[in-house]
Write a protein that binds this ligand. Sequence first.
Ligand SMILES: C[S@@+](CC[C@H](N)C(=O)[O-])C[C@H]1O[C@@H](n2cnc3c(N)ncnc32)[C@H](O)[C@@H]1O
Length: 201
Amino acid sequence: MGTTTQAYGEPSYWDNRYSQESGPFDWYQKYPSLAPLLRLYIPRHHRILVVGCGNSAFSEGMVDDGYGDVVSIDISSVVIEAMQKKYCNRSQLKYIKMDVRDMSTFHTGSFDAVIDKGTLDSLLCGNNSRENAITMLEEVGRVLKDKGVYILITYGSSNFSSTFVERFMLVDNKTPCDRETCVRRMLWTFDLGVDESRSTG
Ligand SMILES: C[S@@+](CC[C@H](N)C(=O)[O-])C[C@H]1O[C@@H](n2cnc3c(N)ncnc32)[C@H](O)[C@@H]1O
């Protein structure tokens, strides 16, 4: 597609891209290959937030698999309008235009699970990447219930992952959280094979 990875951090890049391609397109993995992992950690009755959904068929896959309340957000109004139109008859699927760095529309502790496939990766490609990633992770932590799970499907290096773990286990960016919360938020990592033909735009 002849673009620098830095463009992935810019909302205008995504609006442009979604104006040109109707999709669906799934980054890294499609729902069926991740379903066994999701079923293990997320019961079907749980409330789920998919951040940076794009025009992926992932949320639809979850609902087809029996999940009953899947909210998907994206910063691109182009893709959200298209997805709202496409799924207007599926009451279990909601699409909202929202910046993952500011989800103030959602109350604290409103979701049992947050799923991120490629969105933190996008933010890390752009300007102010560190600041944006931290703001995003704080918001993800805020909207999650106490025992909520954050499932991150990332192309990131193990180096980044350890920075992430460290950050996510801090309460206010300074104080390590209490042992119980740290254990609850323990990060499990799984190495998934990437379908290289679909890993980049
Ligand atoms: C690499 S794509 C992944 C799309 C989809 N999750 C998938 O797996 O196919 C990254 C998505 O994140 C969205 N995005 C980028 N920055 C965002 C932000 N600040 N808030 C919400 N969504 C954002 C983009 O519009 C894009 O749809």
